[in-house]
Design a protein around this ligand. Structure first.
Ligand code: NAP
Length: 305
């Protein structure tokens, strides 16, 4: 099968190559999925699971990409709940070969049925950004109706999902990002926008929840904006500063079938819009994942036309 592989962490996305690889087999509780569309998240080439298995053994050349939408083509021993021919979408395991390939093997529990009226491209754009937003807001952030929330990178993959889910759930959303992202962030449900290069973050005042996708100095300064009893939720690694009278939580997104179904239902009924910036075939994936100009939104690789 055709697949993108990486062998050299220092090379980053520029080290991706399109090669022939053996098709994967379904282990116990796995399904093999014929991939139709695949998503790739910036940063995953720095995650340890891309380079080593759970025992720390080198697993290069590894196939990156952890989001998929496709059709089940085989079931492993003991696999229940999904059937051959079923449309699915979800999150592939971090420490196994991923989804920038014609086939991938994944634990069945990581996947949810993809409704027939949601296309594969949309399905592949949802697992990481949708689940991360859902878990950060409702699981880790313990969001409550009426809260104010500062969403960093509100025009990006995760931030656009956070802004929409929060707004729909009854939040007052303040988005941040680059100057050029203002209208996009407002379109995703932000009531106000802070241009991080030109506006003062401190002018935001106090908020109940900060959802940080950027980290560094922006994460540090954001801790000071959290109201007493509030929370800083971050996906950018361990927080360098904590709210004085609140909590800081960092987490890594986990697969969850029920939450995937919640997210896709919102796409079907128009409450949630996908945020797709570019769609490219697998043959052009290396170039598409090494863009020469800034792409706003997710890049989806269409493995099958
Ligand atoms: N822990 C987890 O479970 C988890 C899950 C998903 C993602 N992540 C990580 O979270 C990060 C965001 O993912 P994503 O898919 O949302 O990425 P994305 O689509 O690139 O969105 C990030 C947004 O933030 C903006 N931004 C970044 N730094 C900025 C700065 N200094 N000032 C102003 N705007 C800035 C980006 O603008 P530019 O494009 O112009 O930089 C972009 O609009 C990535 O590092 C990813 O690896 C972690």
């Amino acid at each position: 099968m055709k697949a993108i592989v990486v062998t050299d962490e220092a090379a980053g996305t520029a080290g991706m190559t399109l090669v022939e690889r053996p098709e994967p087999e379904a282990a116990g509780n796995d399904v093999v999925v014929r991939v139709h569309a695949s998503g790739f998240t910036p940063g995953e080439l720095t995650w340890p699971g891309t380079w080593a298995d759970r025992l720390g053994r080198d697993r290069t050349p590894s196939i990156p990409g952890h989001e998929l939408a496709g059709v089940v083509s085989a079931l492993g021993y003991g696999t229940r709940g999904l059937s051959v021919g079923q449309r699915v979408f979800g999150l592939a395991d971090w420490t196994r070969d991923g989804t920038l390939a014609e086939y991938t093997a994944v634990e069945a529990r990581n996947l949810a049925p993809l409704p027939g009226d949601v296309d594969f491209t949309a399905g592949a754009s949802l697992p990481i950004s949708g689940l991360t937003a859902w878990q950060g807001l409702f699981v880790h952030g313990r969001f409550q109706v009426g809260q104010s929330i500062l969403v960093h990178g509100a025009a990006g993959g995760v931030g656009s999902m956070v802004a929409q889910l929060a707004q729909e759930a009854g939040a007052y959303v303040i988005g941040t990002g680059r100057a050029a992202d203002r209208q996009t962030a407002l379109g995703f449900g932000a009531r106000e926008f802070v241009d991080l290069d030109n506006d003062s973050l401190d002018d935001v005042g106090e908020v109940d929840l900060v959802f940080d996708v950027i980290g560094g100095d922006i994460g540090k300064r954001s801790a000071g904006l959290v109201r007493a009893g509030g929370m800083l939720v971050t996906i950018a690694g361990p927080p360098e500063a904590r709210p004085v009278d609140g909590l800081a939580v960092d987490f890594v997104v986990e697969a969850d079938r029920a939450q995937l179904s919640e997210v896709v239902q919102r796409v079907r009924d128009g409450r949630l819009r996908t945020n797709i910036g570019n769609v490219a075939p697998l043959d052009d994936a290396v170039a598409a994942l090494n863009p020469t100009e800034r792409i706003r939104g997710k890049t989806i690789i269409r493995v099958r036309p």
